[in-house]
Design a protein around this ligand. Structure first.
Ligand SMILES: C[S@@+](CC[C@H](N)C(=O)[O-])C[C@H]1O[C@@H](n2cnc3c(N)ncnc32)[C@H](O)[C@@H]1O
Length: 275
């Protein structure tokens, strides 16, 4: 529809949203337009505003301001040139921790990074390939995962600026793997993996489509998955949020064949799935 094309172009023009995959913008334009009846004549402005609001809630809000990714990559390159191996590893980790602060989800996990992955991956044999869905800046946590150096780390997010930065980090650190742009609401097949990470993202997807979590779960091609939920919104602690997500997700798992164990670390509710 021509009106929807106008909406997509208008949203893409905004500096805050220009890095977001077109597929998601077009999907939201169609959803917001359908809510207002068809044809949505004369309601373009209203639809553009609604699309931008949804993009802010589900994508934009997690990265505040304009992180200086180039500066972080320069610091990483300098750290990687350090000759002493122990000092090099320490410096690289320090730069990565600094950069993980750019994204709210990794920032919240930083104090628990080591124990988070020790607990989450303890029953999973060392994976040959990890797939990190809606990754944010979590791929920067790779040294804390304790996975083999030769393991491949694939990651995707709907924001191209994030995946570009993650690819720069992988190149600077000489890690095997790559990041790519993907709207997880689309039904495109996902790469096969030994372990999938789907951290704090189901609620974002379900804000757009109610069945998005269940649909995504059904598309995973992996024997193990670590799926987590936030215990508080970006604004602060919300009473009962974890309990509600736990009940919702356990319901979603029924009849799927996944076995689960779960634990809470910091504010995050973590499910480890195996089948
Ligand atoms: C709450 S953050 C979690 C980030 C990361 N998984 C973590 O826990 O550190 C949600 C992430 O999902 C991404 N996202 C939102 N909607 C998406 C979609 N439709 N497809 C793919 N990624 C999406 C956002 O850009 C954001 O980085």
């Amino acid at each position: 529809m021509e009106e929807l094309e106008h909406v997509v172009v208008a949203v893409q023009k905004s500096p805050t949203h220009r890095h977001i995959a077109r597929a998601l913008i077009a999907r939201l334009a169609a959803i917001e337009s359908a809510k207002r009846g068809s044809p949505p004549d004369g309601r373009e402005k209203e639809i553009i505003k609604a699309v931008k609001n949804k993009l802010h809630q589900t994508v934009g809000a997690f990265v505040e301001g304009r992180p200086d990714y180039k500066k972080a990559l320069r610091a990483l390159a300098a750290a990687a040139r350090e000759e002493d191996a122990v000092a090099r590893e320490e410096r690289i980790r320090a730069v990565l921790q600094q950069a993980m602060q750019f994204h709210a989800s990794t920032r919240e996990r930083l104090p628990f990074l080591e124990s988070f992955y020790r607990d989450a991956l303890r029953d999973i044999s060392p994976p040959g390939r990890v797939l990190d869905l809606a990754c944010g800046l979590n791929p920067l946590a790779r040294p804390w995962l304790g996975i083999p150096d030769e393991a491949e780390y694939l990651a995707c997010d709907v924001r191209a600026d994030l995946t570009e930065f993650v690819n720069g980090v992988f190149a600077a650190c000489g890690w095997k793997g790559r990041a790519f742009v993907r709207d997880l609401l689309s039904d495109e097949p996902l790469p096969k993996a030994d372990a999938v990470l789907l951290l704090k993202t189901i609620p974002c997807l379900e804000q757009v489509e109610k069945d998005a979590g269940a649909r995504l779960l059904a598309r995973l091609d992996a024997p193990h998955a670590v799926v987590s939920f936030p215990g508080k919104s970006l604004g602060g602690r919300e009473k009962g949020m974890r309990e509600n997500y736990a009940a919702h997700f356990l319901g979603m798992l029924e009849g799927t064949g996944w076995k689960q164990r779960n634990f809470v670390i910091g504010e995050e509710l973590v499910f480890v799935l195996s089948r």
